[in-house]
Design a protein around this ligand. Structure first.
Ligand SMILES: *Cc1c(COP(=O)(O)O)cnc(C)c1O
Length: 409
């Protein structure tokens, strides 16, 4: 039997559909974010990263790096076991307390990643609720979809951010059926925000539990970085908040936060929590340092919003097809997988600008895009250079520009 053919056929399918992925081999330079070295097939080159999810540059913050180095030096590298068998270490316990406090909840629980927290968190919660009906937003992240799927219970998908549709489903389910609403606060491919106040109203009215993914908002929104729910004043009305330590907090790991008995039950039943080694102490200390810093420092949040606004304004004024977004995400419409990949390649090779193409299945076919994420450290010069490079690439690929607005002249 020729087993290789199965894999080659699968790979060829991706090549045919223009969605075979190539990873850029990068080496970030602490202290010079967003500058990095790209180890290209033709040698090393200096590039500027414009698509990092280290949104605030906390992955290079001296307090965060310092905490990681200090802790590793003091207590060593790995956790040495699962949480139950020697792996529950003090920096991890401190981090869980920090996260509970961040979201104003009684307790929190740490996982290996945000992905795992959604997958094992949602499936475990729903399995513990008899006859649970999951109501899930149509654009939820793959980790949530996997959690819902593994829950094995009935699920219904409501149209993206459509509270009227959600209400219909809640009414149809009836007051006696246990219901779990699963959604994100900030959808990171379009940069739009869920109507959380209204969702909480519905949840209370129809007796549903709420599970909110704040992965793209923690650290960045709310006066202490508690996310969109904190910003909108509804954090206390959300039953379970889920977040990551890998994006704005610049480290690694995921978590859920909520009432004590909910967290204790997930701790006691979730396979993806129980049967895996705990996160290393150095990572936990670094994450705690990042969270603590962002609880009191608004500089990063304000500068982040300012940079995103300027990037949108400059690109829009240049006639580039910036998709409307309410947040720090700057999506640039391409609408063709081949051209999206080509645009990304040209930016990197000719301009030293790294923006990974976003193609199907991450976004719907026909909505391929470049997803730009300005950070506090992308200065005016870098933004202007980005606009200039994009215009040249748009011209070379024959991509359409909008009419320049008069205001931009
Ligand atoms: C990135 C992401 C996750 C996964 O978080 P990781 O910590 O990277 O595993 C979960 N939800 C959403 C919406 C994400 O974009």
């Amino acid at each position: 039997m020729d087993y290789s053919q199965f894999f080659n056929t699968a790979l060829n399918r991706l090549h045919d559909e223009r969605r075979y992925r190539v990873f850029a081999d990068l080496e970030r330079i602490a202290g010079r974010f967003p500058h990095a070295t790209w180890h290209s097939p033709k040698g090393s080159r200096s590039v500027v990263i414009w698509c990092s999810n280290d949104y605030l540059g906390m992955g290079q913050h001296p307090k965060v790096v310092g905490a990681m180095v200090e802790t590793a030096t003091r207590v060593g590298t790995g956790a040495g076991g699962t949480r139950n068998i020697a792996g529950t270490h003090h920096p991890l316990v401190q981090l869980e307390a920090e996260l509970a406090d961040l979201h104003g909840k009684e307790a929190s629980l740490l996982f290996t990643s945000g992905y795992v927290s959604n997958q094992t968190g949602i499936s475990t919660l729903a399995k513990l609720i008899p006859n649970c009906l999951i109501l899930s937003d149509a654009l939820n992240h793959n980790s949530m979809i996997e959690g819902v799927r593994q829950a094995g219970c009935e699920r219904q998908i409501f149209r993206h951010n459509d509270v009227a549709h959600l209400e219909e489903l809640l009414i149809a389910a009836g007051p006696d059926r246990p219901k779990l609403i699963v959604c994100e606060s900030l959808y990171s491919m379009d940069g739009d925000v869920a109507p959380l106040g209204k969702i909480c109203d519905l949840a209370e009215q129809y007796g549903a539990m709420t599970y909110l993914d704040e992965v793209h908002a923690v650290g960045m929104y709310g006066p202490r970085g508690g996310g969109i729910a904190e910003r909108d004043g509804v954090m206390h009305r959300i039953d379970i908040v889920e977040g990551t330590l890998a994006k704005a907090f610049g480290c690694l790991g995921g978590y859920i936060a909520g009432r004590a008995e909910v967290i204790d039950a997930v701790r006691s039943y979730a396979p993806g929590f129980i049967f895996t080694t705990a996160l290393p102490p150095a990572i936990c200390s670094a994450a705690t340092a990042a969270i603590r810093h962002l609880k009191t420092s608004n500089w990063e949040r304000e500068r982040h919003q300012d940079r995103a606004a300027r990037t949108k304004a400059i690109l829009t004024a240049a006639g580039l097809p910036v998709m409307s977004s309410d947040t720090h995400i700057v999506p640039l419409f391409v609408g063709d997988p081949e051209k999206c990949k080509r645009a990304s390649d040209l930016l990197l090779e000719d301009h030293g600008i790294y923006i990974q193409p976003i193609n199907y299945p991450t976004v719907a076919k026909g909505t391929e895009r470049l997803r730009i994420t300005p950070s506090p450290y992308h200065d005016d010069g870098l933004i202007d250079a980005l606009a200039e490079a994009l215009l040249q690439v748009w011209d070379r690929l024959g991509l359409p520009l909008h009419q320049k607005s008069l205001a931009a002249e």
